[in-house]
Structures are given as C-alpha cells and as structure tokens.
Design a protein around this ligand. Sequence first.
Ligand code: ATP
Ligand code: BTN
Length: 321
Amino acid sequence: MRKEHSVKLHILKTLSDGEFHSGEALGQGLGISRAAIAKHVKGLNDWGVDIYRIQGRGYQLAQPLQLLNEYELVKRSVTQVELISVIDSTNQYLLERVNDSEKGRVCLAEYQAKGRGRRGRQWISPFGTNLYLSMYWRLDAGMAAAMGLSLVVGIAAVEAIESMGVRGVKLKWPNDIYYQDKKLAGILVEMSGQAGGAAHLVIGMGLNIGMPDLQSEIDQPWTTLNQVSDDLSIDRTQLAINLIDHWKVALEEYEMTGLAGFVERWNRLDNFLGRPVKLLMGPREIHGVVQGIDHQGGVVLETEKGLETYIGGEISLRKGD
Ligand code: ATP
Ligand code: BTN
C-alpha cells in the first residue's frame, strides 16, 4: 500500500472511536508533524470523509465510521475475498487478474478513486460508507450468456438485501437497483474474453448504504439504504457476506439451467412492471408499458405496434410520461 494511504487509514482508524484527537497526538502516533496531519486530513475530504477541527480539542469525524471487518469477510465468505481499502476500481483490479483467478474471487474496497459505471461514466465512491464489490466469473458458454448473467446478479443482489430485512427494493432493466424510483445501486459487468472461448467476466456492484448527502455530482435521482430503513442499521460486513453468497449460488444455478428459473423472480422485483417507460437507443426513443422480461433476458414492452422485445447493452430505460 502507498505510504500516504497507510497514513490516512491510520488517522481514520484512530478517529473511528468518535472522540477528539489532537493533531499533535495523531502526529506522534505516526512520527510525522502536525502540519503533515493537517495535510492528510484535507486529503481525506477528497475521499468523501467529513472531518472537522475545533481549536484546542483537535479533530473529530462528523459521522461515525464503521469500517468493513476484513477478518469476518475472509472467514465467513463462501469464496476467496480480498479487502483493499483504497483502490482505483475493484473491477479494474480483477480484470487485470482474470488469468490467475478462481471463479468467485472477490475484491472489496472502502474507497475507489476511479469507480466507473457504464460507457465510461463515473461511479461516486466515498470512503467507508457504501459497498464497492466485484466478483470474477468465467462462463464456459462464452459471451452470449453474459446478458442473462447481468440480470441474474441483479436479482440475487436484491434478494441479498432482502435477507437483511429490507423491503421494497426493486430492479430496473437491465441491471440497476432502485428504491422509490431512485437509483440505489448499479451493476457493471465487464469482460475480457477470447472470441469463441470462455468469457472472463468481472461483475461489479456499487451499493449506496450511508451515502453522504453532498453528492451533487450525481446527475439523476439517487438514494441510499440507510434512508430506506431508518430504524434498521445495516451491518455492511454482513451484507457483503450475504451478497457474495447469493451471487455465487445464483451464478451456479444460471450456469446449469439458464434464465428459466429467474424470469418469475425478476418480474416480482421489476420496478416498472405495468408502468409506462421509454427506451433510449442512441437517437431513437421507444415508448411502451413494461410486461417483464422474456426467457433470453430482453425487456418486453406493450407498444402501439403490439408486444416488442428489446435486448442489448446500449439501451437505457427511463420512466415514461
Ligand atoms: P443506464 O440506464 O443506461 O444504465 P445510468 O445513467 O443509470 O444509465 P451508468 O451510466 O451505468 O447508468 O451509471 C453511471 C451513472 O450513475 C452516473 O452518470 C451517475 O448519474 C450515477 N451515479 C454515479 N455514482 C452514483 C452513486 N454512488 N449512486 C447513484 N448513482 C450514481
Ligand atoms: C452503473 O453505472 O450503474 C454501474 C456502477 C458500477 C459501480 C461498481 S462499484 C464496484 C465496481 N468497480 C467499479 O469501478 N465499478 C463497479
């Protein structure tokens, strides 16, 4: 780990007791000056951590931080798990390692400096409050099966969230997770596969759990799990373990029996079932009412011309008028 990262993480671990710590005491613990501490605290603001200072008392976290528990993650997960607190992108990390990874290998982070969404867009990834999780999977059936897979991981993710006692979380085709018509999580499946051979996939999910309210950079309505369930405090480590478990089981089922068993599960959770939507495909817009998904994972719309099915990675679904 880079030295400046380990200094920042040390400061955060010390502050995570919720108490005030003076710049001097923090500096002594690390063998650096008060001025250097001040500089790192400023850098921590760029990670999305809100720390303030009161003259004479020192630094304190504006919100309590509950960091992921690496020991529990490694011990209780059903696959190989690595927690890399500070990373560019968990998807990128696994994409660079597909050739020496076992199926199911997972990478988690507390902060992503270059979290990404579809088509090169940015995924806002502040430190220590949400989940950024990626899993490597190999599909021997090749690329063609990847579309269905991205629906399957969405279903499994909502079911994992439900296993924490949360209700009302939904899916937006093809692979966003919604709550009350706002984006709660996004899934990005990336591939590095040889044509004709097995497809090497990295499945990444960013799930907002305690997203701070200051994320004005996000240009669409979004929400965060701790708003969904006020009286329920979400244990991020437990949720990550459940997600990994649900993903693995669902992916194995998908490999054996395809989408057949998932169509009903999808339709129960479809945020737009029976509602008007528009599909954006480059300059084209298609209007219709959602009828669910078909056995290949396409979205079925009732349009002016009757029932039509659409499929493909370049389509965006939006609420209709
Ligand atoms: P599509 O419907 O085509 O998937 P999208 O805009 O929902 O479109 P992406 O482009 O894959 O999906 O996702 C990136 C978008 O997600 C960003 O442009 C931003 O609007 C939004 N976004 C980024 N970070 C977050 C976050 N932490 N929580 C919710 N939304 C975010
Ligand atoms: C979307 O835009 O809807 C998908 C967002 C996917 C974000 C996750 S966070 C973990 C993984 N690493 C990344 O860089 N992106 C994905």
